[in-house]
Design a protein around this ligand. Structure first.
Ligand code: NAG
Ligand code: NAG
Ligand code: NAG
Ligand code: NAG
Ligand code: NAG
Length: 323
């Protein structure tokens, strides 16, 4: 648009010069033509500058769909988590959990000590603790890692797989052709090697059958088929469900309420991840994903609408911001 505007402005100047040259001696025809041209140009400039605002057409939960509540406490089933190495069982159960999100809303919270005092601390993907201890604490009981974050986690094992609790676990999720017993690729070999090296850490992958159950849960809660609606589940979705399965009480740090971003991105920019200060803006990422039609997108805002419902059903509270 900028380039277009520049061209139009150049044309405008050109025609004004033309106008003065033809003045007097030349026919009035030319002057009229130039005037019309200037008016048209102004009109185009005006309408194009009005079109810059992003149009927000959010993902919609199916209309009139009756929400069939799922008891996530019973939904669990022990078979859903397959040990990557050895015959460990996913037995993690906690009375109190701190779910630390990766949002930059945690910055400046000074919640680190409170988080570290919590029985179980849950983190996601490659969200680091070192350098951010005063805001996010330094313990990790469970880390939920997406297939797309495996390389980043494995590359710096000291940051993500050391300094963890004695009963610490990592749950890897991803499409069954990338993660799990049947997968043959590099990703799976990496996970296996890490699980062997850090044998005091319990590593699991989500079984294909359970991955399908995560999809049907999304369908039941939103009335929309995940694949047909071109949606991807986020690590936040997996982590929240797993936290409800294993924790009696959950305090979520750094998650904004579903209506936080409004219809347009706010003027105040906040990075999507606390550890990437120059990364994309959180609200912009949420809104663009929510309105994405072509290609698959995360439905961060819809997911939060579901979380808000779950918060009433289970013991979930939100802090930084509080809601
Ligand atoms: C895990 O559970 C299975 C079946 O309940 C049991 O046979 C196995 O010994 C358990 N493994 C460990 C390490 O506790
Ligand atoms: C982090 O760990 C150390 C030692 O384990 C502890 O003394 C400290 O208080 C912890 N918490 C924070 C917020 O740094
Ligand atoms: C777990 O094992 C690793 C590698 O053997 C070791 O460095 C680490 O201190 C251990 N952590 C705990 C909590 O035992
Ligand atoms: C909520 O917390 C209380 C107290 O810790 C616990 O007894 C109860 O089972 C919890 N409810 C749910 C749905 O987890
Ligand atoms: C959707 O969110 C992801 C982060 O999970 C981000 O990388 C991507 O750029 C977002 N897409 C759009 C269209 O903003």
């Amino acid at each position: 648009i900028k380039k277009k505007k520049k061209n139009l402005r150049a044309n405008l100047l050109h025609s004004v010069t033309l106008l003065s040259v033809v003045q007097g001696q030349q026919s009035r025809k030319m002057a009229i033509f130039a005037a019309v041209f200037i008016l048209t140009t102004l009109l185009i400039l005006y309408s194009s500058s009005n079109n810059i605002e992003p149009v927000y057409a959010p993902f919609h939960m199916a209309a009139n769909h009756a929400i069939k509540t799922t008891d996530l406490k019973k939904w669990s089933g022990k078979d859903g988590y397959v040990p990557v190495y050895g015959n460990k069982n996913m037995t993690l159960l906690c009375h109190h959990c701190a779910l630390v999100t990766s949002s930059s809303h945690v910055l400046g919270s000074q919640a680190g000590e409170e988080i570290d005092r919590t029985e179980c601390v849950i983190r996601m993907n490659d969200a680091p603790t070192s350098g951010f201890e005063s805001d996010v604490g330094n313990r990790t009981t469970l880390r939920v890692v997406a297939h797309s974050s495996v390389f980043r986690v494995v590359r710096r094992p000291n940051d993500f797989l050391h300094h963890t609790d004695a009963n610490a676990a990592v749950i890897f999720w991803g499409p069954p052709n990338k993660i799990g017993k049947e997968a043959k690729g590099t990703l799976n070999r990496l996970i296996q090697r890490v699980s062997m090296t850090y044998s005091n850490l319990s590593c699991f992958s989500i079984a294909p059958s359970k991955m399908r159950r995560f999809d049907s849960l999304f369908h039941r809660e939103t009335g929309r088929d995940r694949q047909k609606s071109h949606s991807w589940l986020s690590t936040g979705w997996f982590t929240m469900v797993i936290a409800i399965e294993i924790c009696d009480n959950i305090k979520v740090y750094g998650m904004v309420p579903p209506n936080y971003c409004g219809k347009k991105p706010g003027s105040k920019k906040l990075p999507y991840h606390y550890y990437k200060p120059r990364g994309s803006d959180e609200c912009l990422t949420y809104i663009q994903n929510e309105s994405g039609r072509r290609g698959n997108h995360h439905r961060f805002i819809t997911e939060k609408q579901v979380f808000a419902r779950w918060a009433k059903q289970y013991n979930i509270t939100f802090t930084h911001p509080k809601w």
